[in-house]
Design a binder for this molecule. Structure first.
Ligand SMILES: Cc1ncc(COP(=O)(O)O)c(C=O)c1O
Length: 397
């Protein structure tokens, strides 16, 4: 009999659409997919070369559980260079991706019944990770009007004596929303009143920001350092999703706890990937900047086009590679066969089946009135996608 824990876990809600898209593609249908959560670029050459060298040099063994001292030093140097943050290598724990760092941080902070505040729309894995730790997710729905950012009032209202952590993701998956220094300061003001609340700050999209510099909670509230877990990784900024390399930076007590879990579950990430990560942080960021410029052009095109479609509105996100327009106007509308679009999932399945366009429904992220479009896709695909989107919505009555 399968454990209750495994039975309670929800499979990724994005799979319903992506699975169907794959099936239709296999049947030979023309499908444009804007559902990917990974850059459509290749890992920069100098990073690949460092990995090739690691293989040729015989760097094939297990490394220390928290990662090689060299990589952890490179991460500290990067945190100083890019973020003006001071960390010691003993406060860094490298992992098989930021996902693992988030999951194991939750496991090491959350006891059964503890509450974790998750602003919605949220990355699909957060609530399930909290469920695995037998904690309680308290989702707080942010608004289209506020560009999906948690307000200090909402945070204050959501905190109870049982609150153990807040998960912040900026720039955000799925909305691309990017918190400003002022907005983070206002949240920090609330957090100061509640010393039992930790912050898991997922900054995996840090390098994909279009307006000014990335700001994290530690930049505006260094006094909270003893309860912030900063999560980052290489997947998004360096187009390294398959290398599986991420890390957390946190107080020693938290690093030790997460390290203990990691040592029993997975051990350190791949030795080869660690050499690649070191090269990424020590080398030039020219490729990162070039990818960011491409993403910005695509974002501008999508936001302009979406806002020109009747009944659709989309704010201009500050980062990541997603836009999240409001499509509530079409929920409740009628398909040509007379049946009703009941939800964003229904809308996405209709667009996929009838127009060959794969998007991810907002339902998957806790926001039923939106859909997520990823622009980790070529400009040609984006243009074709917008054509199909317009046509699909135009067919609804
Ligand atoms: C918000 C967010 N955090 C973490 C991750 C996981 O990143 P990694 O590939 O480093 O595990 C993702 C990937 O989709 C993400 O969108």
């Amino acid at each position: 009999m399968i454990s209750q824990r495994a039975q309670n876990l929800q499979p990724s809600a994005t799979l319903k659409v992506t699975g169907r898209a794959k099936e239709l593609k296999r049947q030979g249908k023309s499908i444009i997919s804007l559902s990917a959560g990974e850059p459509d670029f290749k890992t920069p050459k100098h990073i690949c070369n460092a990995a090739i060298k690691a293989i040729e040099d015989g760097f094939h063994g297990y490394t220390m559980n928290p990662g090689t001292p060299e990589l952890r030093e490179a991460i500290c140097a990067k945190l100083k260079r890019d973020n003006d943050l001071d960390f010691d290598p003993s406060q860094i724990l490298c992992s098989n991706g930021a996902k693992q760092s988030v999951g194991f941080s939750i496991l090491s902070l959350i006891d059964p019944g503890d509450e974790v505040i998750i602003p919605a729309p949220y990355w699909v894995s957060y609530p399930e990770m909290v469920r695995l730790a037998e904690g309680e997710s308290v989702t707080v729905r942010t608004s289209f009007e506020n560009n999906f950012k948690l307000t200090p009032e909402q945070l204050e209202d959501a905190i109870t004596p049982k609150t153990k952590a807040l998960i912040l993701c900026s720039p955000s998956n799925p909305t691309g929303a990017q918190y400003s220094a002022e907005e983070l300061k206002a949240l920090a003001e609330v957090l100061r009143k509640h010393p039992q609340v930790y912050v898991i700050s997922d900054e995996i999209y840090e390098y994909i920001v279009f307006e000014g510099e990335h700001v994290g909670i530690l930049n505006v509230a260094p006094d909270l350092k003893d309860r912030v877990v900063l999560i980052n990784g290489f997947s998004k900024g360096f187009a390294m999703t398959g290398w599986r390399l991420g890390y957390l930076a946190a107080p020693n007590e938290i690093v030790s706890a997460v390290s203990k879990i990691q040592s029993q579950e997975t051990s350190a990430p791949s030795s080869i990937s660690q050499k690649a990560g070191e090269a990424a942080y020590k080398g030039s960021l020219a490729d990162v900047i070039a990818m960011r410029e491409q993403f910005k052009k695509r974002r501008d095109y999508l936001v302009d086009t979406l806002n020109s479609i009747e009944g659709v509105s989309c704010f201009t996100p500050g980062g990541a590679f997603y836009v999240f327009p409001d499509v509530s106007h079409y929920i409740g509308s009628k398909k040509p066969d007379g049946s009703t679009i009941q939800s964003s999932t229904d809308l996405c399945l209709y667009l996929l089946d009838e127009f060959g366009l794969a998007l991810v429904p907002g339902d998957a992220f806790g926001e039923p009135n939106g859909v997520r479009l990823s622009y980790a896709a070529s400009m040609d695909d984006l243009e074709e996608a917008m054509k199909r989107f317009k046509e699909g919505l135009g067919s609804l009555g």
